[in-house]
Design a protein around this ligand. Sequence first.
Ligand SMILES: N[C@@H](CCC(=O)N[C@@H](CS)C(=O)NCC(=O)O)C(=O)O
Length: 234
Amino acid sequence: MVSGSTHRAIGMYTLYIGNKNYSTWSLRAWVLMKTLGIAFEERQLPLYEPDTSQRIRRVSPSGRVPCLHDGDIVVWDSLAIAEYLAEKHREVWPADASARAWARSAAAEMHSGFARLRDELTMNVKLRTGKTPSAAAAAEIARIVSLWREGRERFGSGGDFLCGPFTAVDAFFCPVAFRFQTYAVALHNVAGAYCRSLLDLPAMHEWASAAATEAEPRGVQAPSAAATSPAQPT
Ligand SMILES: N[C@@H](CCC(=O)N[C@@H](CS)C(=O)NCC(=O)O)C(=O)O
């Protein structure tokens, strides 16, 4: 493993992302790189426009963002981006092997699961509303809270995040923090404090400020800023 964030002295990563108000997957890669000080050039491709798919496919083989370019190397999918970066920046995952195994498992669980939460509490960074989740979504929220407690209690003593300092597992939960804020999900004690730590990150403030001034998508399937159940889960 190559150490540190100076790796980019020669070239510069390019990160393609979607709309900051809506694109949860983009946020994961973006907040990870920003918070760890991994330099990159950001290029935004608006979602929900008639030519969105065509424009994204020019840079991302899956037709989805985020997508990272490192010279000729193209890495699509947020989890693959985290793993690619981890080969060059050891701070992407926790240093301790058991914390790292736990962090990878929790990030992967977030990446592949929580479908009800994604559907019902769609990320809309600038919206503030109330919502009663279904029983299925509430069970997923309870699982997230239990993961947050477990991380903080078992590995979190060296910092404010799940495994102490901010790592990729925290980046994967950043969209959840925005969802909980938007829909006023009540959190107590450890989970509440952890959610606050995510929302207080300078990178999260930067993302939220940009989301607040972003043009609304014109596409018919665009989530409405006023709606609480947008058409497309992100
Ligand atoms: N599993 C992928 C999901 C990426 C994804 O679904 N991205 C959405 C934006 S949040 C997208 O690119 N949508 C393009 C479209 O719907 O045309 C990841 O982890 O990066």
